[in-house]
Design a binder for this molecule. Sequence first.
Ligand SMILES: Cc1ncc(COP(=O)(O)O)c(C=O)c1O
Length: 354
Amino acid sequence: MERVLHDTWYARPAARSWTCEPAPAGVREFHAALAGYAPTPLTETPGPAAGLGVACLLVKDESSRLGLPAFKALGASWAIHRILAARPGDDPVLLVTATDGNHGRAVARMARLFGQRARVFVPKGVHPAAVAAIAAEGARVTEVGGDYDEAVRGAARAADEPGAVLVQDTAWPGYEETPGWIVEGYSTLFAELDEQLPGTPDLVVVPAGVGSLAQAAVRHYRAGTGAPALMTVEPDSAACVLASLLRGAPVSVETGGTIMAGLNCGTPSSLAWPYLRDGLDAAVAISDADSAAAARDLAADGIAAGPCGAAALAGARAALTGEGAEARRAALGVGPGATVVLLSTEGPDANPAL
Ligand SMILES: Cc1ncc(COP(=O)(O)O)c(C=O)c1O
């Protein structure tokens, strides 16, 4: 366990020339056929752009995605679709997962839409309103006594029962197929971005918990559609991706409290790790205060971002401005003419604790 993280910056510009296979075809078409599907907006935000020293700052706003206030339903819906398609017969299944909020709500919603039952494990301290939002989808919610990693272990045990299937958005050795489907599901977000943004952005900023969304970004942009720099942003109290990149091997960090509940993860996904190691340009860690300030500034420009969503702007600020910014900008290849895309992964309603 890493207890204190002193470094808050990692860069590896060679990542830009690394390539990998893209996500499979058909995911976007699947989502487009779901009730309520619409591409989420990509919005220019001149206010926060001014201080960043770039030409154009765009926000991919996931505050309303398939009727929920975060991007997670993209992964849950595709994975549950694949799980059900792979099962013989029509017997209903119990879909089990662990969450610090958004993923569990998405699994519960999709289970209901697909006519299945759901059981959701939450770490200690998840706000009662977040629990209520999951329960309102018809899921049984179980609070464990510990952190997110302990909730994942609880869900994995419960999914050992006959008729139960684990739908987890993080992978570990021996459990990688379903998390792989979840990552595939996220590809729709990037397919939309390609349509909305003519040309390749210079930098895409991705809030990271276990790194699955960042894995989807790497898979998309390192598969030949262009080569933006890719950077993750984590809370400084739960920066497992940054710590792993600095170490050169996956490590677990001890986590505490953060307003960025969806990013409060202590262990990178085993499936994401090789993609992050080889295909990610940079990683940065930020404080709760940075995230809160970024949310306020986005709100002033009409973007409703929750703490995880606003983390992207806070991360861009940490990387592109302040002491030592010249070297960090050079590592990212970001000059005054650059176009930067922030993934604002949730709206304020995703985190009723605030
Ligand atoms: C709102 C939000 N943003 C970002 C993330 C990070 O995604 P990942 O855990 O795949 O890195 C999460 C994960 O739950 C989330 O809920």
